[in-house]
Design a protein around this ligand. Structure first.
Ligand code: GAL
Length: 721
């Protein structure tokens, strides 16, 4: 079933209004609402006294309109009676001070009293609603978050994991600066007041903080699973950008991944919405379980607390929601139903205004609701099939938070730049963990795998040997799992696979970039024939396959330059400046039936787009749905370019193509994020489910419009297998 609905807070409004709300929801085609997630003080107004009648009544009113309910456990914001009684349950900040009452998400996830109260309210809710026919699932807490600088809990965690102080001293190399611990009470948390911490301690602290939410969530999951075995359990995550919890670990206990998608808020009022940022969020969240997900909070209006963000333009709410569906969402829940009159989020707008009137935004979503009624069943459960994967490593993210290496070395930005360069070519990308079996992919990109285990290195080697194409970028293989620098030439455990060693590196000041010059091998293209077929998987420069115009401009590197020695790898590009002018910057090494590329710098857009095209060709990955479209210029019309044609221009700016598969049926989503009309050419037209029809092989999309076309996907399935 496809779910379409809203986050609803009936407790903010008089009960007389609830029927009208439910009627309007049903009239907008909605079939689900999330409730109760911040309603602890209404459900347990005094310790141990539960009042659920109001919630029964709200659920009942929604059920009359056939709206199902996801219940949120309310533990992200506790009532004052709890927090004043348990002052030690407040979270401790990096400056060593405890948070005080006034906001939300202010609790320590390891605090015993807080946990006991959490278990109690969750148990009471679960028992109350276990058999309610309208209740289908649970969201645990809300957006697990901040690090809690609790020394005692950290020490317990260390003890459970590493057993002895000797082991910990060894692990962190505490002989440095005489930090050898002789009693558990001596071990600090890395407070701001302590200065720059030992990197081993700091990485373990990041892992501890992440684990403490995984553990806190598990307690709630266990209760819900036992009492409500028929209901699904999720948590609303925060997308790709959030980097304080290892999300691969967090979702292990959940049935369903959901996340909160806010493309436009008060934080980006000055800039345009970047549709690839949302796409990356969706792909990263789908990748956590490799399954369809929900957007539990999809933006419904201007976002604002004290500052009001720009209002979503006509068509954007619907377009963004369809983008989520194209990337794998099986549920879209808009945040929030009606704009609140009180509280910190007075200006975080819902579908309805403060006065409760349905307006432009409601009507837009109502239109989408009627479309979803018609096509939801064709979409629900359909899968995404990608031939390209990017490896997301939370350990590396954590370690780079501890030591960014260069003030502008930004793991997430680099990841996103590579993702953007790939997806500009309209290929599907999975975001996977370093432990994922990569056999099903043709191309795998590994941005700055800074902390590298032997297990992951072996995984990558297996992938390449079997015929895969791999790209590794600078600052990979630098640290072992204890956050010690490896005792071998960089990129450490990947040096042999990549056929390069880093002789020296250069951390560049702001504003300095180094031109990149392509060698003949890059310009000609490497031999792309049949890595999968066992043919020459080629690092040879002999066979000429054009690299889609990549040679026209080579771009530049900045922030970081690895000065490489090619030990068996072929040099594809060299630095064109600094004292290392002429030294390799990009290489490829043939291994088994595959090839490992190494990029030693942080590339600009031109360089990354060139590299992306080269890699996609080398791995024989083709664009989705259409082969290519011309006219890169703003506002221009795309030309028809059949599949396989080389040197095609890029797709028009703002066009995004994604697809899902339901068995042999393909659902092609063509989205126009641009503010102007765009044309796209589709070689095989199928049946249009939503949006304008394809005419004479050409689809014309007005600004912020989209089309969903159902077609035969059998071929693509075979290709991915
Ligand atoms: C989300 C959060 C919601 C609401 C929303 C708008 O991050 O889950 O509860 O606060 O942002 O601010």
């Amino acid at each position: 079933m496809f779910y379409f609905g809203v986050d609803y807070y009936p407790e903010h409004w008089p009960e007389q209004r609830w029927r009208e709300d439910a009627r309007l929801m049903a009239a907008a085609g909605m079939n689900v609402a999330r409730l109760a997630e911040f309603a602890w003080s209404r459900m347990e107004p005094r310790e141990g006294e539960f009042e659920f009648e109001w919630l029964d009544s709200a659920i009942g009113i929604l059920a009359e309109q056939e709206i199902r309910v996801v219940l949120g456990t309310p533990t992200a914001s506790a009532p004052p009676w709890l927090m004043t009684e348990h002052q030690d349950s407040f979270l401790t900040r990096a400056d060593g001070r405890r948070v005080t009452y006034g906001h939300r998400r202010n609790y320590s996830p390891t605090n015993a009293a807080y946990r006991e109260h959490s278990r109690r309210i969750v148990t009471a809710m679960a028992e109350r609603y276990r058999d309610h026919p309208a209740v289908i699932g649970w969201q645990v807490d809300n957006e697990f978050g901040d690090r809690d600088y609790q020394a005692e809990a950290f020490r317990t965690w260390l003890g459970e994991r590493f057993g002895s102080l000797e082991a910990i001293n060894e692990r962190w190399g505490t002989a440095f600066w005489s930090h050898e611990y002789t009693a558990w009470e001596q071990i600090p948390v890395p407070l701001d007041t302590g200065g720059k911490p030992n990197p081993g301690l700091a990485l373990d602290f990041c892992r501890f903080c992440s684990d403490s939410y995984v553990d806190y969530q598990r307690e709630q999951v266990e209760i819900l699973r036992e009492i409500c075995p028929e209901h699904f359990i999720t948590h609303n995550l925060m997308g790709f950008k959030y980097d304080l919890i290892d999300y691969f670990e967090l979702v292990r206990d959940l049935d369903l991944v959901s996340w909160d998608n806010y493309p436009r808020g008060f934080w980006n009022i000055e800039s345009d919405v970047d549709h690839s940022r949302m796409a990356l969020g969706h792909d990263a969240m789908r990748g956590l379980k490799g399954k369809p997900f929900w957007v539990m909070e999809q933006q419904a209006g201007p976002g604002g607390w004290d500052i009001v963000g720009a209002t979503p333009r006509p068509g954007e709410l619907r377009l963004w929601a369809y983008q989520a569906i194209g990337h794998g969402a099986d549920g879209i829940v808009f945040f929030r139903w009606r704009t609140a009159r009180h509280g910190t989020e007075q200006y975080w707008h819902g579908l309805l205004e403060h006065d409760g009137r349905p307006g432009r935004r409601y009507r837009e979503i109502q239109r989408m609701g009627s479309e979803i009624k018609a096509i939801g069943e064709r979409i629900a459960g359909s899968e995404t099939r990608a031939e390209v994967a990017m490896v997301l490593c939370y350990d590396s993210r954590f370690a780079l938070q501890v030591q960014p290496n260069n003030p502008r070395f930004d793991y997430a930005a680099q990841f996103h730049d590579l993702y953007r360069a790939l997806t500009r070519e309209q290929v599907a990308v999975d975001i996977v963990s370093p432990k994922t079996d990569l056999a099903r992919y043709r191309l795998v990109i590994v941005p700055s795998l800074y902390v590298l285990s032997a297990e992951t290195a072996a995984n990558l080697e297996r992938f390449v040997t079997a015929g895969g194409v791999l790209l590794v970028t600078a600052r990979s293989g630098v640290k072992d799992e204890t956050n010690a620098v490896v005792e071998r030439p960089l990129p450490g455990l990947l040096a042999e696979l990549c056929g390069v060693t880093v002789e020296e590196y250069d951390s560049l000041p702001a504003g300095v970039s180094v031109p990149i010059e392509l060698t003949g091998a890059f310009v000609a293209g490497v031999n792309v024939s049949g890595a999968r077929n066992g043919a020459d998987a080629g690092s040879g420069a002999g066979s000429v396959v054009a690299a889609s115009g990549a040679a026209s401009s080579a771009g530049s590197g900045s922030v970081w330059c690895d000065i490489l020695a090619a030990d068996g790898a072929k040099v594809l590009a060299r630095y064109g400046g600094q004292y290392y002018s002429g030294k390799p910057a990009l290489t490829v090494n043939r291994v088994g039936r595959g090839a490992a590329f190494y990029l030693g710098t942080v590339g600009d857009r031109v360089l990354l787009e060139g590299v992306a095209k080269l890699l996609l060709e080398r791995a024989e990955v083709e664009p989705m749905g259409v082969a290519a479209a011309g006219a890169a210029a703003e506002g221009a019309t795309a030309a028809i370019v059949p599949s396989g044609v080389q040197n095609a221009q890029r797709f028009p700016e703002g066009i995004e193509i994604v697809r899902r598969f339901q068995g042999d049926t393909q659902l092609l989503f063509v989205l126009n994020h641009a503010g102007e009309e765009r044309e796209v050419n589709l070689p095989d037209s199928g049946r249009t489910l939503v949006g304008p029809e394809v005419r004479d092989g050409r689809l014309t999309l007005p600004p912020k419009e989209l089309a969903i076309i159902e077609g035969d996907g059998a071929r693509s399935e075979a290709a991915t297998g």
